[in-house]
Design a protein around this ligand. Structure first.
Ligand code: HEC
Length: 196
């Protein structure tokens, strides 16, 4: 009788345990499952959303600061460009001026070297003629052999010296001191040639 009772008891306990296991266990495991389901369905999405939003915000922030930086750089660059342009304009202008001067000088030199007669005639006709064409202020007239003969007799070096340094009413280099000695001498040669 005692054995049966304990057996029954054991059975009862087992039944209880089984019942417990059968009823309680599924409940316990069902709850986390549901929770997990919820978490899977909602929580990660929320988290994903906020992460996306955060990323978007960060990107917007980043892009606006990049934009700002770019604007600042652009401003600085255009400022510097304006400065550079200004100083370049000045430098270029003075360079162009200097180059133009050099070109004019070279052109005159080339003319004197390549076509000395033409250059001399040009010098005479642009400057010396104003006195020498009509003998103004006692200037020996162009082509007047009688006036030129005694002067030519003094020698070319004397004529050159007078033409370059001036004498009386004859101004140095005919008044244009930027003329080279060679150009003045060539003009003298031209004038002397007209008197022979
Ligand atoms: C402002 C007027 C004037 C101009 C311009 C002028 N001359 Fe004369 N030139 C004179 C006069 C005046 C004399 C006479 C000077 C004297 O013998 O007292 C003279 C004399 C000369 C003589 C003779 C010098 C001598 O020793 O006998 C030469 C050569 C001469 N000129 C060359 C030139 C040439 C070259 C030019 C142009 C580059 C020129 N002149 C421009 C006024 C001028």
């Amino acid at each position: 009788m005692e054995k049966r009772l304990s057996s029954a008891c054991a059975l009862g306990v087992a039944a209880l345990l089984l019942a417990g296991c059968g009823e309680e266990a599924p409940k316990q495991s069902a709850a986390p499952m549901e929770q997990k389901k919820e978490m899977v369905e909602s929580a990660p999405v929320v988290e994903n959303k906020s992460a996306t939003e955060k990323a978007k915000e960060a990107m917007t922030e980043a892009s606006s600061s990049v934009k700002q930086a770019a604007e600042t750089v652009a401003e600085k660059v255009s400022e510097k460009a304006a400065d550079a342009k200004e100083s370049m304009t000045e430098a270029t202008a003075s360079m162009v001026e200097k180059t133009a001067d050099k070109v004019t000088e070279m052109a005159a030199a080339v003319e004197t070297a390549v076509a000395p007669d033409k250059a001399a005639e040009k010098t005479y006709k642009s400057l010396c003629f104003s006195c020498h064409d009509n003998g103004i202020a006692g200037a020996p007239k162009l082509g007047d052999q009688a006036v030129w003969a005694p002067r030519i007799a003094a020698g070319m070096d004397t004529l050159y010296a007078t033409a370059i340094n001036g004498k009386g009413a004859m101004p140095p280099k005919g008044g244009n001191v930027s003329l080279s000695d060679e150009a003045v001498k060539a003009a003298v040669d031209y004038m002397v040639a007209q008197a022979q």
